[in-house]
Design a protein around this ligand. Structure first.
Ligand SMILES: CC(C)(COP(=O)(O)OP(=O)(O)OC[C@H]1O[C@@H](n2cnc3c(N)ncnc32)[C@H](O)[C@@H]1OP(=O)(O)O)[C@@H](O)C(=O)NCCC(=O)NCCS
Length: 180
């Protein structure tokens, strides 16, 4: 039984080269994540198996987070209720992926749960109204929608959830609890 664990990405401690999610943009971005860390454009967290021998454990999954803002008039229906007419602050899950060998066991839920938990924690110090994700295909879009995310009116592959709704469902939007 693997000892899954999510921790901040450190290129010296984690090996990203062999990561394959099945979506090449997700895999390619991870290999350039070092630059994003250096430029501080994304915070990156990786799923590893603590039972794997070191010194550089394989990345089995990851997500990346950044601060952003959203136009309220792009939110569908009643989602903009109570929000001002100018752009509102949000957290962006810029990338999220799991190695193909581990998909379909609830670990994607665990990654998303941890990403949302980090956004909720950050909101205690920095205001944000939404968590936004960019899905890269119909399958991923449906996967996020089953977890309560809704599409923006004009950009159906950009999805959002209101932080107050996520907080109600905290700690995780899915059934599984995130690894430590
Ligand atoms: C999107 C992605 C992260 C989902 O990860 P995943 O681990 O396969 O997702 P989960 O296992 O959490 O959920 C998949 C299904 O397995 C089911 N599942 C959960 N636990 C399970 C278990 N123990 N055994 C079998 N199935 C299980 C879930 O119910 C879920 O079905 P649902 O979506 O109908 O609810 C993954 O497919 C991926 O990395 N895709 C490529 C990259 C990508 O598209 N990223 C998103 C855009 S950046």
């Amino acid at each position: 039984m693997p000892s899954f664990h999510i921790e901040p990405y450190a290129p010296d401690l984690h090996q990203a080269r062999s990561f394959r999610s099945g979506v090449s943009a997700v895999d390619t971005w991870l290999r350039s994540a070092k630059r994003a860390l250096q430029a501080k454009t994304s915070a990156v967290f990786v799923l590893i198996d603590l039972d794997e021998p070191g010194p550089r454990r394989r990345v089995l999954g990851y997500f990346a987070l950044a601060a952003s803002s959203c136009e309220v008039n792009e939110l569908p229906g009643d989602s903009a209720e109570g929000l001002p007419a100018f752009p509102v602050p949000c957290f962006l899950i810029t990338w999220l992926g799991l190695d193909r060998t581990l998909q379909g066991q609830g670990l994607g839920d665990a990654l998303l749960g941890k990403a949302v938990a980090k956004c909720l924690h950050a909101r205690e110090h920095v205001a944000a109204v939404l968590v936004v994700v960019d899905s890269l295909g119909d399958e991923a879009t449906a996967w996020y929608q089953r977890r309560g995310f809704r599409a923006f009116a004009r950009t159906p592959r950009r999805l959002f959830a209101r932080m107050e709704d996520l907080a109600e469902r905290s700690p995780a939007p899915g059934a599984s609890s995130p690894p430590a």
